[in-house]
Ligand binder design. Structure first.
Ligand SMILES: [Zn+2]
Length: 196
């Protein structure tokens, strides 16, 4: 299964989540918002250096379904460039904010060579002030082999208090492993399903 974090990077929370993942020897995938990525290139470098994957989550968390083709392309391209500027690599995966994927959005993603990655378990709504235990329970009650789980390390690219998500991360990782699940990045998961 793949654990993914959306809407960052968010200086405090993303760094704290990376600390947890390092301690747990677990890898995750971060779908970053371009303007936040451009503001924190060192965090992007750390994500990539520590073996996690990066994905494009648009420049400013736009609802792509209502935008023109050229604006959609701009949202993707600017974010792609910010990730490349920080890490030297271009992302191959993208997650449209709100899961908005009209025919035009999917076509633009395909044209840029992106695989569109959504999620396969109900959102844990970790942005609600529900506490770490509840977030972990929401994730663990739905997850199974092949699941893609979404948590949030930022708030649509803006810094936000994500301490509950930070605190939930080790509970989630340990709970997944207790269920016999192996944590992989989204690109690793896609490569495995390709080779089957
Ligand atoms: Zn988002």
């Amino acid at each position: 299964m793949a654990l993914t974090f959306d809407d960052g990077p968010n200086p405090k929370a993303t760094a704290a989540i990376l600390d947890v993942l390092r301690r747990e020897h677990a890898h995750a995938t971060f779908f970053v918002v371009g303007e936040a990525a451009a503001a924190s290139p060192e965090l992007l470098r750390r994500i990539s250096r520590e073996g996690h994957a990066l994905g494009n989550h648009t420049w400013d968390h736009a609802h792509l379904n209502v935008l023109s083709r050229s604006t959609i392309d701009d949202e993707l391209a600017r974010t792609d460039d910010a990730i490349f500027a920080a890490t030297g690599a271009r992302p191959r995966i993208a997650r449209p904010p709100f899961g908005a994927r009209s025919f035009v959005v999917l076509d633009e993603l395909r044209r840029r060579g992106y695989t569109c990655v959504l999620w396969s378990v109900p959102l844990a709504n970790d942005w609600e002030a529900v506490g770490a235990k509840t977030i972990a329970e929401r994730v663990l009650s739905n997850v199974r082999d092949g699941s893609i789980v979404v948590l949030h390390d930022g708030d649509r690219g803006r810094p936000a208090d994500r301490s509950a998500t930070v605190e939930a991360t080790p509970l989630v990782v340990e709970g997944l492993r207790a269920r016999g699940l192996r944590l992989v990045t989204v690109p690793e998961m896609l490569a495995e399903s390709d080779s089957r």
